[in-house]
Design a protein around this ligand. Sequence first.
Ligand SMILES: Cc1cc2nc3c(=O)[nH]c(=O)nc-3n(C[C@H](O)[C@H](O)[C@H](O)COP(=O)(O)OP(=O)(O)OC[C@H]3O[C@@H](n4cnc5c(N)ncnc54)[C@H](O)[C@@H]3O)c2cc1C
Length: 472
Amino acid sequence: MATESAPMPAAALPDDAAYEALRTRFFHTRVPNIRPARIYTPRTTSDVAKILMDARRNNLKVGVRSGGHLFPCCSLIQSGVLVDTRDLNRGIEYDAQTELVSFPPGSLSKELANALSAVGRFFPFGHSPTVAAGGFLLAGGQGWFMRGWGCTSDQWVEAMEIVTAEGQIVQASRKENEDLFWAARGSGQGFFGVVTRVWARTIPMRRLWETVAVFECTHRFAQILDALLEITDRTPKDGVEVAFATFRPDRDEPGLGEEVQDTRVFIAATALAFADTFAEAAALLRPWENLPDILVQDQIMKTPVLERTWNELFEAQDKLNPAGNGERWQCDSILDRPGVPREELIEAIRPALTDLPSRRSIGCIYVGDYVPDEVGQAISLPQQYYIASMTCWTDPSWDNRMGQWMRGVYTRAAKVSCGQYIADFDGKQRMTPVLSKTALARFLEIRQKWDPDERFIGYRGFSGLDQIQPCL
Ligand SMILES: Cc1cc2nc3c(=O)[nH]c(=O)nc-3n(C[C@H](O)[C@H](O)[C@H](O)COP(=O)(O)OP(=O)(O)OC[C@H]3O[C@@H](n4cnc5c(N)ncnc54)[C@H](O)[C@@H]3O)c2cc1C
């Protein structure tokens, strides 16, 4: 534990010049007007311990931010403390003996990709180059090639260094502080400590091979999506990732404004293989080679199997979710309820994916094919399909209109859902389960043990959700 007498790290206070830029350091600009009393950018674990002891002494609530990609910006707490981990414990280290990589929570996916590629290794980081490991792993982590091995936190994370609500520095793993380790993998913004370093398993890096096909689905969305999901069913799970994105055809045209102009809807199907050779990749991607007539008649384009780099894949992700030019983003999503007939599923999600309310909004289906075992970690809802809408606009006067659209389409989609990926939970927008009933009950007990004074309040939004759990 850090000593009480050691000096406190400096904080940015509301009147400081640096404060507003630090406060609003999020992926998008729709940042709520919530003003923490102090913003810290600690450099060491010991700094974090001092900050938490000080927060305790002054009875301040604590929010934590790593990459700032959580859409509702939950790390901001009015008159509380914001711990920004971007400068914390910098350095990604690979140990060739143990084959473990260790990294700080502020590590971005692109930084992990670069550091690991340099030593010929791989660990399933997030898809967006600027998602940070902190929030990503706490949420569970829908990392690359998830169909083969589930959420990243499930099988890949071996240990975490955590500063507890009382300012104690502890190790958490399957052997040490097992309950804390369980809760830190899947409780997302509800977690009640600061993760300061992570140790994770790696495997040898392979090459990346992609095929992309785009179809117009304006009038035959149900038939086209059904055919795409049927091909997905025949695609091997190990080493192949499959995702679909819906969009307006002119979304990438510059200077057209945010109103929808071209009302057609396209759907892109991407299959990506993790394989050493072209022949191996071609075999993995064979189901996508000869598409059925029902797809071919509305096909706009299709690439052959091409080798890709991480940089190219990250650029494509950035193109889907542009940021840095005043973009406001909102996201809502569902995880489909096991057993819902496909026809019913597609009908319920159709408006969320096709009635896109602004030119740059997108729909997304990420195929997770994952049924977690909640004995191992808090991640507990099945993730066969992650179905999301991400709306994009710039004019703040559109906020209500966009929020209403989202509420409408997700009220409908919720009928076929068992809940939501916790990273997308926004209790102000919609209440929906993020953990199974039993995992939520266990999480609440562990939280009470480690943070009895409620230094961390992110869990409050979903803590009563056992009352409305529809299916699990
Ligand atoms: C463009 C984009 C792409 C995305 N892609 C993916 C993806 O591929 N896979 C996926 O799973 N999700 C993805 N997400 C969703 C999701 O928001 C992130 O996985 C994750 O929450 C972001 O982590 P962060 O550290 O960047 O965000 P932050 O907003 O910094 O963190 C999210 C929350 O985690 C907690 N937290 C963060 N760091 C710490 C820490 N060190 N200690 C304790 N608590 C902490 C806080 O409660 C915080 O509010 C994406 C989001 C966006 C905007």
